[in-house]
Design a protein around this ligand. Structure first.
Ligand SMILES: *Cc1c(COP(=O)(O)O)cnc(C)c1O
Length: 400
């Protein structure tokens, strides 16, 4: 059996025809930049997230850049964020000229450790940028309280969390600005790149809109240096078709996650992701990420042909041989898994200049050597899930 880590095959047989006709309509309309589909999507998306403004843009990365710029965060400013995330979170901070200050994560839920925020605040700190990683909502009550106490802005990275809810509120609607990605593998995926910035603040919304179109409030009048970052009309048309299916897809992800949790519960050295979320909170399960915790073997990097730089980093990280063994054995059985993320952002060559030296963010470093994302997408079948779980159980038994 072959099980992909992510697949659109079944989704396309369900809605492929609708997508094609929506795309054709855009082609025939002649309106490729902005237009009805983009307006419609921005309105519908704002409604779903429960905010007054949604502004489409080119990608989730651009959404973060636009949010930071709209809050006037730049040179000399510091932004508190996790190192256990996709690189774009920190990259956006650096690309507006500010400095990411990496905060370790909680080992239970993989999210920003809220107890570490206070001690990281300096006079240069301007904002907190929490990431709702894998779809698990960050405790936004505590983030907002910390932000208020210290006069900081809050930008939510919701790239992996369309459909997640914290205390009854959709993520993205809670901080000053929320940033979404429609990269094809996110819960709401376009057929290419796409993103959105959301806010309840009309002034911020106007500024984001201007920045996204060359800092241009009216045609050929430029008040600032901005970007060319718009949501493409074709992508908007695709997203308009897909929006109607989003609740169903998230529901299916939740069922799959629940089933994984039950089936994987009693396997030694394997930890299933925490789901102790409490009332009124919703996990949207963009990823189902297990931890493989045994370190019973000597450290071995199986990826022999790693480039030197990468090998040097792996050599520094905690032992990942158990996780790597499970991953590679599953692959040999046709089961594709992904490591989100193998190297913490603070140890990436791109951030050598910030001088973080291993060991420093302990939980982040441990997680990078132990996590493994199992296949999860709405159309994953129970049969495929059983195949995955049974092999994981056998593999671990033979390893330990
Ligand atoms: C995907 C992702 C981004 C970037 O989104 P793109 O649309 O790929 O630019 C940012 N942050 C996180 C946490 C992501 O997963």
């Amino acid at each position: 059996m072959q099980v992909p880590s992510f697949s659109l095959k079944d989704q396309l047989s369900e809605i492929g025809v609708d997508l094609s006709s929506a795309i054709l309509k855009v082609v025939e309309s002649g309106h490729y930049i902005g237009g009805l589909e983009v307006d419609k999507f921005e309105k519908s998306f704002a409604k779903i997230i429960g905010v007054s403004h949604a502004i489409g843009c080119n990608s989730g990365t651009d959404a973060l850049i636009l949010a930071l710029r709209a809050l006037n965060i730049g040179h000399g400013d510091e932004v508190l964020t996790p190192s256990f995330s996709f690189f774009a979170t920190a990259e956006a901070i650096s690309n507006v000229g500010a400095k990411p200050i990496f905060i370790d994560v909680d080992i239970e839920n993989y999210l920003l450790d809220l107890n570490l925020i206070k001690e990281a605040i300096t006079p240069a700190t301007k904002a907190i940028l929490p990431v709702h990683l894998f779809g698990y909502p960050v405790n936004m009550d505590e983030i907002l309280a910390l932000a208020k106490e210290n006069n900081l802005r809050v930008i939510e990275d919701c790239a992996q969390a369309v459909g997640s809810i914290w205390r009854g509120k959709p993520v993205g609607s809670i901080g000053d600005i929320g940033c979404f990605s429609f990269f094809p593998t996110k819960n709401l995926g376009a057929i290419g790149d796409g993103g959105a910035v959301v806010t309840n603040d009309s002034q911020l919304a106007a500024r984001i809109r201007e920045l996204a179109v060359h800092g241009m409030p009216t045609r050929y009048f430029h008040t600032d240096l901005g970007y060319n970052s718009r949501l493409d009309a074709i992508q908007a048309a695709v997203l308009n078709v897909k929006l109607a299916f989003l609740p169903k897809w998230i529901n299916k992800r939740q069922k799959i996650a629940k089933r994984y949790q039950v089936l994987l519960k009693d396997i030694p050295s394997l930890e299933v992701p925490s789901d102790s979320l409490g009332d009124n909170n919703v996990h949207s399960w963009n990823q189902f990420v297990i931890r493989l915790k045994s370190s019973s073997q000597n450290k071995q990097i199986s990826k022999e042909n790693l480039k030197f730089d990468l090998k040097k980093i792996y050599d520094q990280l905690p032992n990942s041989s158990f996780r790597d063994y499970v991953k590679e054995s599953l692959l040999a059985l046709g089961i594709n898994t992904i490591i989100y993320y193998p190297i913490p952002i603070h140890l990436q060559p791109a951030y050598a200049k910030l001088n973080y030296k291993y060991p420093c963010l302990k939980n982040t470093e441990i997680l990078c050597s132990q996590v493994l994302s199992l296949p999860i997408f709405p159309e994953l079948t129970e049969k495929e899930q059983d195949y995955i779980v049974n092999h994981i159980r056998d593999l671990i038994q033979s390893y330990l």
